[in-house]
Design a protein around this ligand. Sequence first.
Ligand SMILES: NC(=O)c1ccc[n+]([C@@H]2O[C@H](COP(=O)([O-])OP(=O)(O)OC[C@H]3O[C@@H](n4cnc5c(N)ncnc54)[C@H](OP(=O)(O)O)[C@@H]3O)[C@@H](O)[C@H]2O)c1
Length: 329
Amino acid sequence: MRTFKKFQVAKEPDFQLKIVQQEFSELADNEVLVKVAYSDVNYKDALASTESGNVIRNYPMTPGIDLSGTVVKSRDPRFKSGDLVLVTGYGLGVTHPGGYSEYQIVPSDWLILLPENLSTRQAMILGTAGFTAALAVNALLKQGMSTDAHIVVTGASGGVGSTAIALLRKLGFTSITALSRKQEANDWLKQLGASKVLHPADFLPEKPKPLGKQQIDYIIDTVGGNQLSQLLPLLSYDGAGALCGNAGGIELHTTVLPFILRNVQLIGIDSVNVAHENRVTVWQQLADLAIADDLHVQEITLEQLPATIDQLLSGTHQGRTLVHVGGQE
Ligand SMILES: NC(=O)c1ccc[n+]([C@@H]2O[C@H](COP(=O)([O-])OP(=O)(O)OC[C@H]3O[C@@H](n4cnc5c(N)ncnc54)[C@H](OP(=O)(O)O)[C@@H]3O)[C@@H](O)[C@H]2O)c1
C-alpha cells in the first residue's frame, strides 16, 4: 500500500506532535487530491499545535491552514490533474486535515486556481497572512485611505503585519509607522517599507485618555488587547482601524468617544470565510503587486515545524515561515 508523510497533532496517549505515514484514500464527489508543494506557519497553526490552543476540535489532526500544490485527481470537473491550486482558511487544518501533509484531499469549493503570475512557493510566502493583510488594506482603501495618510501597523514583525507594510509600500504609502517589540526587526521592516519602526512603549501614551492627540489616520492591528485600546484615542477625525488579530489578547477596553466624537470606524477582518469570488480577486491583486519576493522568509521542512511553532508562541518569530512540503511548482 502506497503511503505519504504528514505532520500530526495527537491527544492519545499523550498530547504530541509527530510525523506519521498515511495511506491514500478514495475521493468522494466534489473532492480533489492535491500533491502539496508548500504550506506555511501562521499564528493559528501555532495555537493549533498546543493542547490549550482551542483551534482543533477532533484529534488526531493535521494542522496547516494553508496549502499550495498540484491537483493529482479530481471529482469536480472545474479542476483537472496538473492544475496549480491554493487553499487558505475554511476548515483547513482546523476541522479538516490541513497543509502539513505531502498529499491532501480538499473539498473542491475551497480551491483557487493559482494566478498565472504566482508560483506555489510565492502563494505560501503570502498565505493567510498575506491574504489577511490585503483584506485589511482593501477595507481601509474602501474607507477612503489615500497614499498621504499616516498608518500604524501593529505586530509589525509578524506575518500579517510585515506583509501589510510591504503591500502599503507597493501601493505608494510613505508614512507607515511599524510598531514592533523587536529591535532586531528594525532594519528589515524599514527595507520593507516602514518609514519609522518604534517599540509600542515609545509610541503609546504613558497615561491613556479617552481622547488623545490626533496623530494616526489608519491602523492595521494584529495585536488587539491593550495596544489597540491605547491606539483608538489617537485616531484622527474620520480615521479607521482594521482589526485583524489578537496576538496580545482578546479583550478591548475603550470608550465610545473616538467613535461618536471623531467619526472613527473599527472594521473587523476575517480571512477564513471570505466568499470565493472575493478570494480570486484578492489573490490576483497579491500576484500583480508581486510582493512575495520582498518579504522576510525562512524555509523549513515538516520535521522542523515544532521549533518554528515555539518561536511563534513565544513571540520571537519574525516575518514568514514557508514549509517546503514536497515541490517546486
Ligand atoms: N482575522 C483573521 O482572519 C486573521 C488572519 C490571520 C491572522 N490573524 C491573527 O492575527 C494575528 C497575527 O497573526 P500572524 O500570523 O501574523 O502572527 P505572528 O506572525 O506570530 O505575528 C504576531 C506579532 O504580534 C506581536 N505579538 C505577539 N505576541 C504579542 C503580545 N503578547 N503582545 C503584543 N504583541 C505581540 C509580535 O510582533 P512584534 O514583536 O513585532 O511586536 C508578533 O510577531 C494573530 O492573532 C492571528 O490569529 C487573524
